[in-house]
Design a protein around this ligand. Structure first.
Ligand code: APR
Length: 296
């Protein structure tokens, strides 16, 4: 039965190599909006419309403010039991690899071992040069002058505690910043700095992709956990099927809508699907390996 926890536990006990592919639904319980469907709006901005090179070209100030706001939200959020369950699985099983589309830094903050985590779409807390001819990135001391959580002493900071910072006033549009006030690249001096995330139409880091495909191809993957993702964005959407090509692999979907008839209809033999909040479902599914919450 595709949604039997005990059948899943039996499979988990026989699984050596495990892959996870995560999306925004994993961080939903931490209070961060997803990108599509209900709750898919970042305060009335369509995230998918601002996360493009075209949007940055047209209005880099707006895109900077959008990311400053998302940084602030991510810093206010805390990893949830789902992030901790995956980090615990990684510590128990060196053959577990986690691929995440999330840029919110909640996996690392949950203590996920870096060698068992690939951030497919980069990180809100990285910055790079927007010039195609400059490869400057990753300053040691990350800062964002527009993010209140990172620069609490900025000039726009409210003078009294009950005043809302303009960036966080969700009743208003994001503040407008002219391009001339945005930070430039310290290396080439030319390009504007931009977030170290992958935008629509951009390629993922090639070395990272090579490492992922090499890991998948090395030996049969027993289990793939697909957590909180609409599986609409590539190449993330394809990793589960790539993993199947090495032999018998069970794919287990953890998603609010996992048990909708149209999704159940797509399951293959020995796949699993569990509908629910990833923060609640993952600890229960992984308990035989990671123990109950709080144990180590
Ligand atoms: N628990 C489990 N699943 C959830 C939860 C939850 N609490 N809340 C929402 N979901 C599910 C939704 O049903 C949906 O299928 O999470 C999925 C979120 O899908 P998207 O919003 O499309 O997020 P994601 O798949 O991560 O998007 C991929 O798109 O905009 C880009 O770069 C961005 O990395 C992102 C990529």
């Amino acid at each position: 039965e595709y949604n039997s926890v005990s059948a899943f536990h039996a499979k988990l006990a026989r699984s050596k190599r495990i892959l996870a592919v995560c999306g925004a639904g994993l961080s939903a319980s931490s209070g961060l909006p997803t990108f599509r469907g209900a709750g898919g709006l970042w305060r009335n901005y369509e995230a998918t419309a601002l996360a493009t090179p075209e949007a940055f070209k047209e209005d880099p100030g707006l895109v900077w403010m959008f990311y400053a706001y998302r940084r602030h939200m991510a810093l206010q959020a805390k990893p949830n039991a789902g992030h901790y369950a995956l980090a615990a699985l990684a510590r128990k099983n060196p053959d577990f690899l986690c691929l995440s589309q999330n840029v919110d830094n909640l996996h690392p903050r949950a203590g996920h071992p870096p060698s068992q985590l690939h951030l497919l779409h980069g990180s809100l807390f990285k910055i790079k040069c927007s010039s195609p001819t400059c490869d400057w990135s990753d300053p040691a001391n990350f800062s964002d002058p527009f993010c209140p959580a990172l620069a609490p002493a900025s000039e726009d900071a409210p003078s009294s505690p009950d005043q809302i910072h303009p960036l966080l006033d969700t009743s208003k549009p994001l503040p407008h910043i002219p391009a001339s006030e945005l930070p430039h690249c310290p290396a080439c001096g030319n390009g504007l700095q931009r977030p170290g995330v992958v935008w629509f139409g951009e390629a993922l880091d090639e070395e990272m992709l090579d490492a992922i495909y090499e890991w998948i191809a090395k030996e049969k993957v027993d289990l793939v956990l697909v957590v909180g993702t609409s599986s609409l964005v590539w190449p993330a959407a394809g990793f589960a099927e790539v993993a199947r090509s090495k032999g018998e692999t069970s794919v287990v979907t953890v998603n609010l809508d996992a048990e909708r008839p149209e999704n159940v209809a797509k399951l293959k033999k020995k796949d699993f699907a569990f509908a629910g909040d990833a923060a609640e479902v993952l600890p229960r599914l992984l308990e035989p390996v990671i123990g109950k919450a709080g144990e180590d």
